[in-house]
Design a protein around this ligand. Structure first.
Ligand SMILES: [Cu+2]
Length: 175
């Protein structure tokens, strides 16, 4: 009897400790490398990388580009769908809420990037919310800078598939 009681106590202690440690380490990390699809053949040499982290209610997305024309600013955003040969397959901009009182730039993830003399660029955006799993599928690079009022940025040049928020499968811990 004595040894059985000791075993029960040890089990209870373990159950109390493990969930707290797991919660503290909860981070969703998503990566994309592309482009997955080139919509404008003039940008066939473009290369992209997307890295995203979600933690403690915040999401940080970094877009790295190369192989682009020098000294230009390209609009870029997180879109709802994955890339397809049809430029519209990637859908519209991922929106975190539809309240028109909140500027688009605060409820979408904009990643406008300006290239250097070598045609490389990097941009990082942090938003104080997390992307709903399965609701975002790509980062699209556009021909023009993003209009801060309308969110429009011209033609879709290249698309990189990345399932932000862990994708339809519901997320995965950092890999
Ligand atoms: Cu876009």
């Amino acid at each position: 009897m004595v040894s059985l009681k000791g075993g029960v106590v040890a089990t209870l202690v373990a159950l109390t400790v493990v969930p707290a440690a797991a919660a503290a380490a909860s981070t969703v990390v998503d990566h994309g490398r592309g482009p997955t699809v080139v919509h404008d053949t003039a940008y066939a040499s473009a290369r992209t990388q997307v890295h995203a982290w979600s933690r403690d209610g915040y999401t940080q997305v970094r877009l790295m580009v190369s192989g682009l024309p020098a000294h230009r600013t390209f609009g870029a955003h997180v879109h709802t769908g994955r890339c397809g040969t049809d430029p519209l397959a990637s859908g519209g901009h991922y929106q975190h809420g539809t309240d028109a009182a909140t500027p688009l730039g605060e409820r979408e993830i904009w990643l406008d990037v300006t290239t250097d003399a070598k045609g490389k660029g990097i941009t990082t955006t942090v938003v104080p919310w997390t992307v709903h799993a399965g609701a975002a599928g790509s980062v699209v690079l556009h021909a023009d800078p993003t209009n801060p009022v309308t969110g429009a940025a011209g033609a879709r040049l290249v698309c990189t598939t990345v399932d932000l928020g862990g994708g339809a499968k519901g997320g995965h811990a950092g890999h």
